[in-house]
Write a protein that binds this ligand. Structure first.
Ligand SMILES: Cc1cc2nc3c(=O)[nH]c(=O)nc-3n(C[C@H](O)[C@H](O)[C@H](O)COP(=O)(O)OP(=O)(O)OC[C@H]3O[C@@H](n4cnc5c(N)ncnc54)[C@H](O)[C@@H]3O)c2cc1C
Length: 246
């Protein structure tokens, strides 16, 4: 059996609140393997009566970090696993994990084409691993992140994204807030639509590679719209996180 399919016991090293509904967990892994940005781990919880629940969580950290990974989990209302992770887990606890998993939704710095990253909500997590990887190796390919959140306070990694945006060879970061916007907001204020995609994608040129991640409906709508504005489907990779995202 491939090593990544074996379950191992990960220790929770650190828990960091990102927003009111989102926390990042640093997992120390005894059988750590270097991941590719975009891959995920499976997490399995076992109750005292033997009942098990298993979910996938994208790796948020860059592959250059050794021995540990960060995952970033949004608490879903009544969600079995995400609620447990938010409300019960404390540093020092142990959980079962296996990974890294996935070979399609991955970006490596050897891919030199311009990069278009599009996220809805916690869909930003695997894209953040790509952005952190890009920064860690000093890649210079033009890169834009279009990130849709409901409200300003829901934006995950806001401060780090601001730093990366203003760094040399940084990432262009464009936010859209679909529900409410703070006074003086200069970003977009609507759901992602073809006009917005044109503005973001066209400066990146014809060889752009697109990675889309988030709620199922958002990913499907954005993928269709990208094809309509002339991006070939083999230049678009998608990852769906959940039923609708509400
Ligand atoms: C490859 C992959 C990577 C993922 N990476 C991440 C990640 O990095 N961070 C993260 O927070 N989640 C991620 N997810 C989603 C995650 O696996 C779980 O589906 C999510 O945490 C909900 O699990 P739960 O046990 O809390 O909720 P459940 O008990 O499974 O569901 C409770 C209710 O919420 C609904 N629901 C389930 N999932 C979602 C969702 N994603 N959005 C909205 N409603 C939902 C269900 O339909 C149900 O009504 C990923 C999913 C996949 C397939």
């Amino acid at each position: 059996m491939k090593q990544t399919l074996n379950w191992q016991i990960a220790a929770i090293k650190d828990i960091k609140p990102e927003t009111a509904k989102v926390k990042s967990f640093t997992l120390t892994l005894p059988a750590w393997m270097r991941h590719r940005a975009g891959q995920h781990y499976d997490i399995r919880l076992t109750a005292e009566d033997g009942y098990q629940a298993q979910r996938s969580y994208s790796i948020a950290s860059e592959p250059e970090r050794e021995g540990e990974v960060d995952i970033t989990v949004e608490r879903i209302h009544d969600g079995e696993v995400s609620t447990y992770m938010h409300e019960v887990l404390v540093p020092g606890d142990r959980i079962e994990a296996r990974g890294p998993i996935g070979g399609y939704f991955v970006w490596e710095a050897s891919m030199v084409e311009p990069l278009l990253l599009i996220a809805g909500g916690s869909g930003v997590v695997p894209l953040m691993s790509m952005i952190r990887h890009r920064a860690a190796v000093g890649a210079k390919n033009p890169t834009s992140l279009l990130y849709s959140s409901r409200d300003f306070d829901d934006i995950i990694y806001y401060n780090e994204l601001e730093k990366l945006r203003t760094a040399s060879n940084g990432v262009q970061v464009l936010h859209t807030l679909t529900r409410s916007q703070p006074p003086g907001w200069k970003g977009y204020a609507r759901r992602i639509d073809p006009e917005m995609l044109k503005e973001v994608a066209q400066p990146l040129g014809k060889s752009v590679q697109a990675f889309l991640c988030g709620p199922t409906l958002l990913v499907e709508a954005v993928a269709n719209a990208l094809v309509k504005i002339g991006i070939k489907s083999d230049q678009i990779r998608t990852e769906r996180f959940g039923p609708t995202g509400g």
